[in-house]
Design a protein around this ligand. Structure first.
Ligand code: NCD
Ligand code: ZN
Length: 375
């Protein structure tokens, strides 16, 4: 047994579902799943019901998180077609602006170039007043984070370039996309990107086995796309889960009548670190590669405050099988069930307190901080 100490991880892309979909997840269960996965900071997406697109809704979400969360939480704001700039007064209280321009779950989809143009122009104008947090300033704006697949990707890259707005590309999945991002980075564009464990460790080959439990957006890609992510790992800034829980019933598992359109998305908070550590055991990654993408880079890109006296203890040699049993996520399943992995999270210490040890969450509800609210 060899237990090592690592910094608390950041998961820069999670859907904790509150308000509106608490039957899938809530701030209590979602942040408990985070701790079980060695994650001490999560950035929560705005596609809730209602979406986080106004100051009132951000304040409501912040209150809920402050009451229930057991790890630190940053909150994204989102733009809708009908309330494009409503979030603006509270932009500095969000970790970033999330824009959906590709197929997704929920109502936050931007449909026109006119609106995209306005969102980038407005974000740049606001940043001219308050600056960007990612430059090391405690105040200011985070990046614009986009769900932009295929031909939508160059649209976002062009807007980011034209307005000098830092752009973060969520869940890159295809060879064409990572190669375009690489070219943009080599040209010096202010762009960063993330890859999820499911796009790194699963492919279309796994779909027959997984069915609806292998359905997410972006969809699982071909083995060649997966190979391209690994070949271009130096251009992948962040590993993030896109933890997007839906119930097994919604996925059509164990029900007599299959749902017409199961919602896309898979949980991931509790399985990311063991999957990455297993890749490290296989020689495909180093521990430094993991920590850079799960801690240093997300902290820099989103300007996240440091967490003093915070670490995780991981037995990197513990070998076991991932299962659906004993998960903290409310939906109780993982697309990686049955997979042999290395790396068990033994303990999580947040600001000097043991908040998780050997399967048990010890933190009191509300002991997590909601980031950027006092600004
Ligand atoms: C996400 C969800 O369920 O909220 N689903 C997914 O497949 N990733 C939405 C999204 O990120 O597009
Ligand atoms: Zn997502």
């Amino acid at each position: 047994m060899s237990t090592i100490r690592l910094p608390g991880l950041v998961d820069a892309h999670v859907h904790l579902r509150e308000p509106g979909y608490e039957y899938k997840e809530d701030f209590a269960t979602g942040t408990m799943a985070a701790l079980a996965g060695g994650v001490t900071t999560v950035l929560d997406m705005p596609n809730t019901n209602p979406p986080t697109s106004t100051p009132e809704r951000l304040a409501d979400k912040a209150r809920r998180a402050a009451a229930q969360a057991v790890c630190d939480v940053g909150l994204f704001v989102g733009a809708t077609n009908t309330e494009a700039d409503a979030y603006l007064p509270v932009a500095p209280q969000a970790c970033g602006l999330k824009i959906y321009v590709s197929d997704t779950f929920g109502s936050l989809r931007i449909d026109t170039l006119a609106l995209m143009h306005r969102l980038f122009r407005t974000w740049a104008a606001q940043a001219a007043q308050v600056g960007y947090r990612m430059n090391g300033a405690p105040h200011g704006l985070g990046p614009i984070t986009v769900h932009a697949e295929e031909l939508m990707l160059p649209v976002c890259l062009a807007l980011s370039h034209l307005y000098a707005v830092p752009l973060h590309i969520a869940h890159v999945s295809r060879r064409s996309e990572i190669e375009l991002i690489r070219a943009a980075k080599e040209r010096g564009l202010p762009v960063t990107c993330e890859a999820t464990p499911h796009h790194l460790f699963l492919s279309t080959d796994d779909l027959p086995r997984l069915g609806a439990c292998g359905d997410m957006r972006p969809r699982l890609a071909t083995p060649d796309d997966v190979a391209a992510l690994w070949e271009n790992l130096e251009f992948v800034d962040i590993f993030a889960t896109d933890h997007a829980p839906h119930t097994l019933v919604e996925k059509g598992i164990g029900v007599s009548e299959a749902p017409a359109a199961p919602p896309p998305g898979v949980p991931g908070l509790e399985t990311m670190l063991p999957l990455l550590l297993t890749a490290a055991q296989d020689g495909r990654l180093t521990l430094d590669d993991i920590m850079m993408r799960c801690s240093d880079n997300p902290r820099r890109i989103y300007g996240l405050p440091m967490q003093p006296e915070t670490w995780i203890e991981v037995d990197v040699d513990a070998a076991y099988e991932l299962t659906n049993a004993d998960l903290k996520t409310k939906v109780g399943w993982t697309p990686f069930a049955g997979q042999r992995v290395y790396g068990r999270i033994e303990r999580v210490v947040l600001r000097g307190e043991s908040v998780y040890a050997r399967g048990e969450v010890l933190a009191a509800p509300g002991s997590g901080k909601v980031l950027f609210q006092g600004l």
